[in-house]
Design a protein around this ligand. Structure first.
Ligand SMILES: [Zn+2]
Length: 378
């Protein structure tokens, strides 16, 4: 994804932040200076934003680690000012698994809320009163009677407890892309096929979205109306995606395999591969050693990148630029599994085997062809 920086890799999953995330801190700073807060308060607010951000990361790991238990990998976790998303490689097959994966995120926030509540509720009567006052001041905004005697730390702690509850509740709204949409789909899938379940969940989400837009206009709340439009688009998208998965299910690698391809060799210079790209119709290549073993793959993207760099040595042997880690496809593999392998993991091309023999390749162009030919209206 464009505009993201990786900040960590936890349990083997890259955690990335979108640059716009910085805007939140900027907003806190501008608001703080505008309202003449002291630096101590501004510092606490910044810490609060960081803590919320950390809770969102934990929420996403709730999804990712539960998915891992069911054999589904997570490509990455991306955080932006509007929230986080754990991009799973695919949907869990079993509806019960999807249910658990979806519920795990909000459950993490509920867990955080409960854990943090132990401090003010169990320790002393005094902090229990303050806790009560904090929630009363939320219930009666504008009334400062309740908020007396709360320290910056109280606000930090109680705010965190409160926002985790909000995160859990908001995420359980029964509409895509919220977790509640997935929970609803999973529950419906127990009674009907996933496609029908998704269509029904998508309709429910769309109705909810239209409701949000109307409510937003009625209340003059631009944010609510925009969220409504966003939810509507996502609800429609989710249905399309699942329909596309359904389409891929009908095909196997045998339907798209290309038996004829031009082999490149590891001792050929880089120039040879770039020439092949310029004058031929193939965009991605398999590279072999002289005993006809595959060394790895070379994608158009990689070749173009090398060709554009000024200091690239065009005489460099291909064995030095080849991508050596690649997966293999079998002729009978479902396209549902093969599609993400070819399109996402950056190879652009994968070898296809049948009975231990290399029988052809599937590349990104084969996928485009399948989508164009069969995916009309998908
Ligand atoms: Zn979630």
């Amino acid at each position: 994804m464009k505009g993201v920086i990786q900040i960590a890799r936890i349990f083997g999953i890259p955690v990335q932040v979108h640059w716009t995330f910085v805007l939140i801190f900027l907003w806190v700073l501008i608001k703080g200076l505008g309202e003449a807060w002291d630096w101590y308060t501004i510092g606490w607010m910044m810490a609060f934003v960081l803590a919320i951000f950390f809770c969102v990361v934990l929420h996403e790991f709730g999804h990712a680690l539960t998915a891992r238990r069911f054999g589904v990998d997570t490509r990455d976790i991306i955080l932006s000012p509007i929230g986080g998303v754990a991009r799973l490689d695919r949907l869990p097959e079993n509806p019960m698994h999807e249910f658990l994966v979806a519920v795990a995120g909000p459950a993490v926030n509920v867990g955080i809320s409960l854990t943090l509540s132990v401090f003010p509720l169990a320790i002393s009567g005094h902090s229990r009163d303050k806790f009560y006052n904090f929630f009363m001041s939320l219930a009666y905004p504008g009334s400062n009677v309740f908020a007396v005697g709360l320290s910056a730390f109280d606000y930090f702690l109680f705010g965190l407890i409160f926002l985790n509850i909000i995160l859990a509740v908001f995420n359980m709204l029964p509409a895509f892309p919220m977790d509640g949409g997935r929970v609803l789909r999973a529950l419906l899938s127990l009674r009907m096929g996933r496609l029908r379940a998704t269509r029904l969940a998508s309709y429910i989400g769309q109705v909810l979205a239209v409701g949000l837009v109307i409510f937003g206009i009625w209340q003059f709340s631009v944010v609510t109306a925009v969220v409504g439009v966003f939810v509507f688009v996502m609800a429609v998208n989710e249905y399309r995606m699942v329909r596309f998965d359904g389409l891929l299910d009908q095909y196997t690698v045998a339907d798209v395999v290309r038996p004829a391809f031009t082999p490149l060799y590891g001792d050929e210079p880089l120039k040879a591969a770039i020439d092949r790209l310029q004058h031929g119709s193939e965009r991605h290549f398999l590279v072999f050693d002289r005993w006809q073993n595959i060394l790895g793959t070379l994608s158009e993207h990689k070749l173009m990148k090398l060709a554009k760099q000024k200091d690239t040595d065009l005489q460099k042997p291909l064995s030095e630029v080849v991508k050596r880690r690649y997966e293999v496809l079998l002729l009978q593999d479902s396209m549902r599994e093969a599609f993400p392998k070819v399109s996402w993991k950056g190879q652009g091309i994968l070898p296809v085997y049948h009975k231990h023999r290399l029988v052809g390749v599937v590349d990104r162009e084969s996928l485009d062809y399948l989508v164009k030919l069969k995916g009309k209206g998908a």
